[in-house]
Design a protein around this ligand. Sequence first.
Ligand code: GDP
Ligand code: ZN
Length: 299
Amino acid sequence: DALGEPRNGRVMAHFGQQVEIEAVDGEDCGLVQRCHVRANVTSLVTGDAVIWRQGPELGVVESCLPRHSLLARPNMQGQMKPVAANVDHLLLVIAPEPEPFANLIDRYLVAAEATGIEPVLVLNKVDLLQMPEKRERLEALLSIYQRIGYQTLQASTQLEQGLDHLKSLLKDRISVFVGQSGVGKSSLINALLPGVDLRVGALSEDTRKGRHTTTTARLFHFPDGGDLIDSPGIREFSLENLSPEIVAQGFREFHDYLGSCRFRDCRHQGDLGCALAEAVTRGDIHPERFASFLRIINA
Ligand code: GDP
Ligand code: ZN
């Protein structure tokens, strides 16, 4: 038939039964074509690496390569639905306003740990930290996370501060931005992806083809290297119903203690010989993080 040779590609976006594929090899690397998906290839998502063949009008996706991560969100029916594959980096954006509460950060971090995607804490709007008490409070909060091995970064889209550091982190990786509404995710993305109207980009293809629009994630290339996967749903990505065991695993500084409680079925809620509680007493686990853990599992 008129199809080309099998080659490597990346799913850029998803439109109903079809996907948009970008060639990632060959002389015309970067070429984008709308594709059918062979019936044996199940549920492709944005970010998937695929084998595909170019076609005269539509191409065809023949297989999906193994994923190293999968981001999922619950749909309207509460079922988890995969939305993005092969994401390397989760940029968790916080700001002085709206003020972050530690528990919210921990909920995002647990969700990130459960998917195996490396989180980075981005404190945006540092221009609002003129008052020393406010600055000290937020830096103390960040230091809790630095001490347990999370990378943190300060930025201000207003002062264009921290953007070069951010660009260097985004290189050679697929990233997503998450965080509560109002912290400046859109502003950061607009600063890093000048000239791209995210919403228009994600929806125009659908309307042109007269397809029913579902809000799907799209992959974008940063001009200085690296990729972004974005959709309104991804930005709100947060903790779903995870078992207490998975939540405990999501607190990375707990790992050394989880097998050491006196009782195998320790609930870490005042149980005798709880290794986590003892580590808190010794100062090896931050009391706020432990309180946050209990709040999540008892929610
Ligand atoms: P999102 O909801 O996380 O996407 O946040 P937006 O990007 O829409 O930003 C929310 C508000 O914060 C807007 O009014 C922005 O102008 C403002 N904002 C974004 N970045 C900064 C910053 O670095 N400093 C200050 N002071 N305001 C900012
Ligand atoms: Zn315990």
